[in-house]
Design a protein around this ligand. Structure first.
Ligand SMILES: [Mg+2]
Length: 280
């Protein structure tokens, strides 16, 4: 495979991991949500059959793609092979972590020596993990978020995850999730035009309409026109990126569910196998 060293063009410097890394996430915990995820053997590709572009530009979703989805987001450690894999990939190719999380929430989950480019809060943040981060919200966005945050339905089992400049309302633990969803939907429908409601797995997030993973990855891709984007993601929020990237991009949906992606991998293990093929 032809290797293109674009390190000099990357936003964040690649770093070498020290020889002995004490890393708390080296125990691979299989979350029930991931374990029970419906497999689609007919649709899912074996990881050794996906394309290997010579000059890849990686966009990697975090939760559900590099790390299992767990009830406590602070315990969302990646697959044990992921830290070294990211270090090796980023030494040779541009690599962006693309997450709905505040980037600071990932600091405790990945080694501090790993300085990667990253897009957080679905495109509202761009910068480096463990480095400088810029936030791109307008005053109108902030005002609309504050107004909606003050009126979240007060229901049993429903909790709000504040991400400073956007927030998520979780109802997985509500006694009657369907009824909770109905109340939350009525509330979300009243949000001003500058905000959009993004429905995930038993969660809705309110975020500025003009910022999403699609606009974020397009802005990055403009900096790397000679590269082929490779986007791996598992959730509905990744669909914006699948739709925004060019037709020859290697878009990969991780797990089940409808998707605009060209390819599908069954689970995180398959993601790791595929990404390792770029490091040989
Ligand atoms: Mg995800």
């Amino acid at each position: 495979m032809e290797r293109v060293n674009i390190f000099k063009n990357n936003t964040c410097p690649a770093v070498r991991l020290p020889k002995a890394v004490t890393y708390p996430g080296n125990v691979w915990q299989v979350d029930p949500v991931v374990q029970g995820m419906e497999k689609h053997p007919v649709w899912a590709y074996p990881p050794n059959s996906l394309p290997l572009p010579a000059a890849p530009l990686f966009f990697l979703d975090y939760d559900g793609t590099l790390a299992p989805i767990v009830d406590n987001p602070k315990a969302g450690y990646p697959h044990p092979d992921v830290p070294e894999l990211l270090q090796r990939l980023s030494a040779e190719h541009p690599v962006y972590i693309v997450t709905g999380r505040h980037l600071r929430d990932l600091y405790a989950l990945l080694p501090k020596t790993l300085i990667l480019s990253a897009i957080g809060l679905h495109g509202a943040q761009e910068g480096c993990l463990h480095g400088e981060v810029q936030e791109r919200l307008t005053d109108i966005d902030r005002q609309a978020l504050a107004t909606m945050r003050a009126t979240v339905p007060d229901l049993k089992g429903v909790w709000v995850e504040d991400k400073k400049h956007m927030f998520a309302v979780h109802y997985r633990k509500a006694p009657e999730p369907a009824a909770a969803r109905q109340s939350i939907k009525a509330w979300a429908d009243k949000s001003p035009e500058v905000l959009m409601a993004l429905w995930g797995k038993d969660v809705v997030e309110l975020r500025p309409t003009h910022l999403h993973k699609g606009t974020a990855v397009t802005a990055v891709y403009d900096k790397y026109p000679e590269h082929t984007p490779i986007y791996l993601g598992d959730d509905v929020t990744d669909e914006d990126a699948f739709n925004a990237l060019p037709d020859d991009a290697v878009t990969v949906k991780v797990g089940g569910g409808a998707t605009a992606a060209r390819f599908r991998l069954p689970d995180i293990e398959a993601v790791v196998v595929y990404l390792k093929r770029f490091t040989r």
